[in-house]
Design a binder for this molecule. Sequence first.
Ligand code: GNR
Ligand code: NI
Length: 171
Amino acid sequence: MAKLTILEFPDPRLRTKAIPVAAVDDELNALIDDMFETMYAAPGIGLAATQVDVHWRFLVADVSPDQSQPHALINPVILEKDGVRVSEEGCLSVPGYYEDVQRAEHIRVKFLNREGDPVEMEADGLLAVCIQHEIDHLDGKLFVDYLSEAKRQRIRKRLEKSRRHQAAAAM
Ligand code: GNR
Ligand code: NI
């Protein structure tokens, strides 16, 4: 197992549209293990392959408080969306910023599980929000894209500035 590096906004690689997974094999399952390790260590409740510079359509999520409900969704497709929910979102690729985003409250999603079998699942609340957030990543989209241009630019400038300070402090 290995912890992977998470790309940060405004890294252009976060804008890549991921391609469908062709085969659910040992290589993919090893990557999924590494993504769970990376997500739990962060800590976060979800992680899309895009964020670790792998541009295949899969994601991991676990919104439980005790790491007891790991979900790995391969080639996820949302079949149904219901209701509206506004909640505060954060993102491991936009560290330190939290903003309200409007999503569907309830979703039905189909995907392949780690064995390669097709599965359908219903999700509500935080898990539904998380899966929508992760599928956005697979399409090259970030939660800051739902904010005003001014807010997004302010976040980008502040993150670039703090990264320059980090780089200078490391010399
Ligand atoms: O850890 C995360 N928390 C979170 C909170 C509200 C809505 C979405 C998320 S996902 C985020 C981890 C992440 O960046 N996944 O892409
Ligand atoms: Ni994110």
